[in-house]
Each structure stands twice: as structure tokens, then as C-alpha cells.
Design a protein around this ligand. Structure first.
Ligand code: B12
Length: 357
């Protein structure tokens, strides 16, 4: 991350509240019908959303990665379109954002940020306003995944659990269940929420059920021979998406590693202490929300600065690292893998330790 990019990013974050307020005021002044359509609550929501947009922008600027913001704007377009908000409102929002950045930040700092906003504005008409399903019939175990998802959506987690346990008895591997069923259905649940077809409570139910069913598979996971390496898996502080790194940790366990899974939102100091205490060989850090990428970078800096963590290899992953494939280098990690399937090979290359199974 270059010094100027970090300076611009920090300037956006320091002034985020002021920029968001001014932005909402400008939009509502320019389009008086917005007040009628959305009212006071809508206006407060607009300020809040503007704050989120600026956090994503700051991250794209800090990492010199305009795609992080562009991807987010594509996501926002779908989110809004499926809730009846026309794309013209988003266009106005981005135009106003460019202007307000120009007015609040010094010219040298606002320019790189405005360029990123303008690029997204130009691409906005090409972004789709809906998302295709993740559940097409051509995928491995698509029938099982479909039945699993439908059971969860009906609120029948006992049936979902039975489907999985029966599949394992038939010889479907844990790795297949993880990626072809759990990961795919979680992505689909996210799509259903994003496109306004299920509410957040249903997503919570499905996610909690999948975590429960993953635990039921543990007798199949903690079985193999160990080679003595230790892996720690954690979400970065602030990030609540824990299933991805839990899967990664379980893949390590199945490959012969001793694993230590910390779950969601772990404070940085605790991660550093745990790496020292467990004498970890590899630390895996997960971030799903793009505006947590700088937290990943800070955590890595803290681990690398601690002499008692010397020698630990650090790998990163999660949504932002998948949409921006070189991003792991910008946070000073040793590598990344887009999913659990590639992680063991990656770590064999980094550490020379071969999987035991
Ligand atoms: C469940 C869920 C939640 C739950 C998480 C609960 C829990 N206990 O985990 C809750 C409700 C807390 C949540 C909250 C939010 N969420 Co959410 N969530 C999801 C959902 C539906 C599933 C996540 C999941 O379980 N995925 C399954 C796992 C297996 O996949 P994965 O995480 O990609 O992991 C794989 C790879 O990425 C990689 N990987 C991951 N980590 C690591 C680490 C290493 C070291 C390596 C090598 C690889 C690696 O390997 C993994 C295994 O193959 C996703 C949809 C999606 N597409 O993922 C949305 C999603 C991620 N959430 C989203 C959003 C917007 C949010 C919120 C901001 C919503 C809000 N306004 O409050 C908050 C943010 C909270 C926070 N501070 O973190 C958006 C993000 C969109 C974007 N463009 O950024 C998504 C994509 C939904 C959507 N389609 O709109 N969410």
C-alpha cells in the first residue's frame, strides 16, 4: 500500500460522517421527490448507506484496487433494484459523491478517490440488476444441495441433517459436502437475502443449522494421522463470517495438522498471543467484508512485529481476496486460496509439510 493511497484513504475515513451528511443533503435537495418517497427515515438510511459506501471506497483507494469499489457498486445495484429503488438514485448518489469529495477533501487527495467513483459510474449501466442462482443442475451433488437448501428454507433442519448423514454413509466425502453442499447453499442463501426473497432471520436459521450439522460431521474429521504442524484459523476483528475459515481449518485437520479454530471477530492481540502460545506454523486469516481488508493488514503487521511469532506463515482468504486476486500481496500475506479445495496444496508449497491423507 503506497503512502499517498493510505493518506487518501485515511482522509476519507476521518471525514466520513461529514461527507455522508453533505452527500445525503445534496441528493435530497436536488431531488425533492426523494423526501416524499422515503421520508425522514429514508434520509437517515441514506446517510448510513453513504457511510458504508465511503468505507468501501476508502479500502479500494488504500489498496489501489478500484475493483473492490466497482464490485460493491454492482452488489448495491442488485440490492437496491430488488427493493424497488431505481438505478437512477444510485447514479445520482455516485455523482454527488464525486462532487462532495471534491469539496471536502484537498484536491490532491480527492482526485484518486473521485477517479474510482467515476470508473464505477461509467460501468454502472452494464452491471446486472439481478443475480443468477448458485444452484444450477450442472454442479456436483446438485440434487443433494437442492434438497438440503429446501429443507432449511422450510425450517426442517432435522431433515437437512439426515440428508447429510445419509450422504456420508453412501460415501460422499466430507470435502464434497463442505464445498458442493454447504458452501454452495450458503452462497445461495446470501443471494436470496440480497435479492429480497428471504429475510435475515431465515438466513440466521440456515447458517446456524449448517454450523450444527458441520459439528455432527466431526467424528469423520478428527481421525487421521498427525504430522506435527499447527494451524490457527481466525476471522479478523470485526468480521462475523466464520464458516469459511472454519472449513479451511477443518481441511487442515483432515490433512494431518493440529488445528486451533478461533471463529469470528477475534481481537488482534489475542491472535498474536495465541500464535505464540501454540507455536503455530501457519495462521489463516479470513475477511468477508471488504472494509475489513485494512484490519487484515494491521493484524499481519502485528504478528510480523512480534519476535515470538517468528517463522509463522500467514495465509488470507475470503470474499475481497476472491474478487481481487493479487490483494493478498498488498496486505503482506504469504499466500491465499480462493476456497478450501486449494488451501492444502498452497500450504504444502509454503511449508514443505505434506498432507497425511
Ligand atoms: C451467513 C452470512 C452472514 C452471517 C454470518 C454468521 C456466521 N456465523 O458466520 C451474518 C448475519 C453475521 C452476516 C452479516 C453481514 N453480512 Co453476510 N453473509 C452471510 C452469507 C449468507 C454466508 C457466508 C458463508 O457462510 N459462506 C460460506 C463459506 C464457506 O464461504 P466463504 O466465506 O466464501 O469461504 C470460502 C472462501 O472464501 C475461502 N476463505 C474464506 N476465509 C478464508 C481464509 C483463508 C485463510 C483462506 C485461505 C481462504 C478462505 O475458503 C472458504 C471455504 O471454501 C454470505 C453469502 C456469501 N456469498 O458468502 C453473506 C454476505 C457475505 N454478507 C454480506 C453482507 C453485506 C453482510 C453485512 C454487511 C450485512 C449488514 N448490513 O449487516 C453483515 C456484516 C457483518 C460483519 N461485520 O461481518 C454480503 C457481502 C456483500 C459484499 N459485496 O460485500 C454477502 C455476500 C451476502 C450477499 N449476497 O449480499 N452475514
Amino acid at each position: 500500500m503506497s503512502l499517498i493511497s493510505l493518506e487518501v484513504s485515511e482522509a476519507i475515513l476521518c471525514q466520513r460522517a461529514a461527507i455522508a451528511e453533505k452527500l445525503a443533503a445534496r441528493e435530497f435537495a436536488r431531488r425533492p421527490e426523494l423526501e416524499k418517497r422515503y421520508g425522514r427515515v429514508g434520509r437517515d438510511k441514506c446517510v448510513q448507506d453513504a457511510g458504508y459506501h465511503l468505507s468501501y471506497l476508502a479500502e479500494a483507494v488504500a489498496t489501489d484496487n478500484p475493483n473492490l469499489f466497482a464490485d460493491y457498486i454492482g452488489w448495491t445495484k442488485v440490492m437496491l433494484a430488488r427493493r424497488g429503488v431505481p438505478t437512477s438514485d444510485l447514479t445520482l448518489h455516485l455523482e454527488s459523491m464525486g462532487e462532495v469529495l471534491n469539496e471536502i477533501l484537498p484536491a490532491a487527495l480527492s482526485l484518486p478517490a473521485r477517479q474510482i467513483v467515476e470508473q464505477s459510474l461509467l460501468r454502472l449501466p452494464d452491471y446486472p440488476d439481478d443475480l443468477p442462482s448458485f444452484m444450477g443442475p450442472g454442479h456436483p451433488h446438485s440434487l443433494l444441495a437442492h434438497q438440503y437448501l429446501q429443507s432449511l428454507l422450510r425450517g426442517e433442519r432435522h431433515i437437512a441433517s439426515q440428508l447429510i448423514l445419509d450422504a456420508v454413509k453412501r460415501g460422499v466425502t466430507i470435502k464434497e459436502i463442505y464445498l458442493d453442499v454447504f458452501q454452495r447453499t450458503q452462497y445461495e442463501i446470501g443471494r436470496l437475502w440480497q435479492t429480497n426473497q428471504i429475510c435475515v432471520a431465515r438466513e440466521h436459521y440456515c447458517t446456524a443449522a449448517t454450523q450444527l450439522i458441520m459439528s455432527q460431521l466431526y467424528p469423520y474429521i478428527f481421525t487421521g494421522e498427525k504430522h506435527g504442524g499447527t494451524f490457527i484459523g481466525t476471522c479478523v476483528a470485526g468480521d462475523l463470517h466464520e464458516i469459511g475459515v472454519r472449513m479451511i481449518t477443518d481441511y487442515f485437520e483432515m490433512a494431518g495438522w493440529d488445528t486451533y479454530y478461533l471463529g469470528a471477530n477475534t481481537p488482534h492481540e489475542s491472535v498474536v498471543r495465541t500464535v505464540t502460545e501454540r507455536k503455530a506454523n501457519v495462521l489463516g486469516i479470513s475477511a468477508t467484508i471488504t472494509y475489513h481488508v485494512h484490519d487484515v493488514e494491521q493484524l499481519i503487521r502485528k504478528v510480523r512485529a512480534e519476535p515470538t511469532c517468528g517463522g509463522v506463515k500467514i495465509i488470507v482468504g475470503g470474499y475481497p481476496f476472491n474478487i481481487a486476486p493479487g490483494l493478498w500481496r498488498a496486505v503482506d500475506a504469504d499466500g491465499s486460496s480462493r476456497d478450501a479445495a486449494g488451501v492444502v496444496t498452497l500450504v504444502e508449497e509454503l511449508t514443505g509439510r505434506k498432507a497425511t491423507s
